[in-house]
Design a protein around this ligand. Structure first.
Ligand code: ADP
Ligand code: MG
Length: 247
């Protein structure tokens, strides 16, 4: 059973075909990277998978269940977690509070209007574990706005992990990072390999080729190749369309 399947997904914005019959799979434990130039449709695809963008055509399956009509929150409850290209953190809150918010958003109990998250031992344990996993174990009480950019990206991954996902969607987790910060996130994602299937959108080729089991190349909304990193690197159509002489 695949963790994720898309069947001929389409999204149009007016005359723009942002995703053009995209079909791909993410297998259990796999890191599947999506690369492609700016405007190729990568973020649109992630939005369609998360349920934030309604698809015009095609299907999305999670663990063999067709979730095409399933709303964002219900996809999250089925184990889908995502991070954003642009950070979505509550900057005036602490790292711990951001993670607790993510846990509560996932678990939102209808019978409770409000609860003090700090008194919820289960939520606290999930948050603490996730912060330790990403290397922020000593930063529970840091205010997000005072944290380095790389630490904020680590925090976003912690928020995804704290929901105990079955599938991770990562939209450019290395965006805007220094080399040292990138290396830390690449090492973190390596350490998570096999624990979560991941669909990873990323510009940084070195990182993609180091992390990915398979790479799909998206150009003008279309997947022009899906292959191993070496296969993609040596694919003439990919080189012509996207990678040019730079690989
Ligand atoms: P990428 O993430 O690969 O850079 P995007 O998915 O952001 O690409 O964008 C794909 C195409 O869809 C681009 O042409 C972009 O301008 C267009 N697009 C994305 N979001 C919207 C939107 N909300 N409204 C109109 N056009 C959009
Ligand atoms: Mg994008």
């Amino acid at each position: 059973m695949s963790a994720l399947v898309t069947q001929s997904l389409v999204k149009r914005f007016g005359g723009v075909l942002a995703t053009d019959h995209v079909s791909l799979t993410v297998e259990p434990g796999e890191i599947h990277a999506i690369i492609g130039p700016n405007g190729a449709g990568k973020s649109t695809l992630i939005g369609q998978l998360a349920g934030e963008i309604a698809s015009d055509e095609g299907h999305v399956l999670m663990f063999d269940e067709d979730v095409t009509q399933v709303r964002t929150h219900q996809r999250a409850q089925r184990g889908l977690a995502r991070t954003y290209q642009v950070t979505q953190l509550a900057r005036e809150f602490t790292a711990l509070d951001n993670v607790l918010l993510a846990v509560n958003a996932r678990e939102r109990h209808n019978f409770r209007f409000w609860r003090n998250a700090h008194d919820d031992a289960t939520a606290m344990a999930k948050a603490t574990t996730a912060l330790a996993t990403v290397g922020l174990g000593a930063m529970h009480h840091a205010t997000v706005g005072t944290m380095a950019h790389g630490e904020q990206r680590q925090l976003e991954i912690a928020m995804a992990l704290a929901t105990e996902p079955k599938l991770l969607l990562l939209d450019e987790p290395l965006a805007g990072m220094s080399q040292g910060e990138s290396a830390a996130i690449v090492a973190l994602l390596q350490s998570l390999r096999g624990r979560y299937p991941m669909l990873l959108v990323e510009h940084d080729m070195e990182a993609v080729f180091a992390l990915a089991d398979r790479v799909s190349v998206l150009v003008y909304g279309r997947i022009i190749a899906t292959d191993t990193p070496d296969g993609v690197r040596n694919n003439p159509e990919v080189r012509a369309a996207y990678l040019g002489e730079t690989v």
